[in-house]
Design a protein around this ligand. Sequence first.
Ligand code: M6R
Length: 617
Amino acid sequence: MCGIFAYSWRRKDADSILLHGLERLEYRGYDSAGITVGNDAHVVETFKAVGKVSALVKEVSKKRPSDAFYQFGIAHTRWATHGGVTVENTHPHSDVENRLFLVHNGIVENHSDLAERLSSAGVSFYGQTDSEVVAKLIGKETAARLRTGSPDSLLEGVEAVLPRLEGAYALVIMHADLPGELIGVKYGSPLVFGRDTKTGDSFFASDVQALAGYADQVTFLDDGDLVRIKPDGTYEIRSEGFLVSRPFERVETEHLKTEKGNFEHFMLKEIFEQPKIMKAVFQGRVDFEHLALNAAAFQDLRDIDIERVKFIACWTSYHAGWAGAYAFREYAGMSATVEIASEFLNSPVRVDPKILYVFVSQSGETADAIEPLKFIKEHGGKTFGIVNVVGSSISRLTDFGLFTRAGTEVGVASTKAFTAQLAVVTLLALFYAIKRGEDFRKYRSALNDLAKLPEVLQSVLSSSGEIAEVAKELAKRPHLFFLWRGSMLPIAAEAALKFKEITYLHAQSMPLGELKHGTLALIEESCPSVVFLPDDALFAQNQSSISEIQARWGKVLAISAKPVQNADWNLVLPSAPGLTFAFAATVAGQLLAYHAALELGREIDRPRNLAKSVTVK
Ligand code: M6R
């Protein structure tokens, strides 16, 4: 999704800093990129390119005068929402005089009305974006104030326009005639303000990861915050027109560790990190020696009184929520459901104080999840966050939470963050199992299984070559099914999503029992199925469903806990007992998707049309 990076003021290579910042934001997914840079001689230049940041880098080196220097600027990677993927629609956008420039993340919903009013006042537009409309508006207001000589022209110009905007936005704005000054505004879309306390340089970014190594202190802005960086390098933060102070945090250098190492893709690296991540998830939360949860890690939840649980999340994280709902029913004997975040407010909602609303999100910035979260909070609901990115909006908005500790995930297709989510939702369910005095033996046996997870996942990873062979076969077919019974539902759904996301082949997850109620009509040799078979009471039933598929010439890959005699291909995960099978099968599904996508030559880490963090509704 769109990315913002901005810099001001002591260095003379702002263009290189901005381009590097954009490279760090590339993983979010985008279609075009651009920068505007300026200096104290009131010179400004804008460079834009459709495609990768590398195309923008070439554009800058081609057109930048060799003796130029730039001291401040704004940069953006655009993921098209309004208007096609064109140079004109690429940010930064400018006002009519080409003196004011801005970058924008989010969507201004009333942009058509605003544009109409500007048009009737004689303003014309070069593109189709809502962001350009905002640039024209702020430019007009600022220009009027500059004519009066106001030293606060840009601030006043911005403040005059903000109340007219409806929707969500993070904006960073600069003006050619106000060198060094930058204004950053956050409302509904993430924006981080960073400082290098040694040099006094200032930065904005949509993602804290981009600031590592540049800023040593950052603050995650709240909705309604406006930061003004003044030409002398000082700054002020305002909210609703008043000066406010915000806490600053150190930037963790962990954010810099996003190299692929010896792996061909980030996705593969992240899949292989999972055994280590399982250990991190359990660290300090589980005492495996005594098969017990560490009460201190769940302290916040001890005294809150709830009867039911509702998970709310988007796709992969939704699948983790689904697994969480199963775990709550299985271990804690509680009623638990899962809801698609983007649909949550599309039907009447009654916020219930007896429900714990659990938001699951890797990025913590998913707009579709933030909206229901805010709604539930406004209506007095108790909210819990299971989030990977520390400092992200969902982690800050929820009342309580547990981080997933998966580390930075770069691949657009979520892998390690998902298994970490699975582990955390399971721990949460086990906490309620013990709190409610449920079956103690089941609880201990689950913890005993979890203790084996790092080892179990390692053994699946060692089958990567075997999985690659089957993946090559599956990649030859345009459609496939991922079939399940019982608790394998979220695992199969996630495997199908992963497959679609990076192979661009059609994959559908569905209950085995429902095949004969319609979908069996699609089964033929060119439509294979992947069936998940844990070693449970449904094993025999699952095996006979495989025969039903084969009777229609459909080929079957069985991912199973013990050998399946009638499968065409069988990936047996013998060392994955009980609860661990779901995790092991997840990793197998990730590797299957990865190797099929590799076979098809797809752009695995940045699949077409997708973004890592979906910050618009
Ligand atoms: O950051 P979130 O977990 O809130 O993101 C939710 C979905 O956008 C995300 O899981 C998406 O489905 C992944 N690309 C799947 O791999």
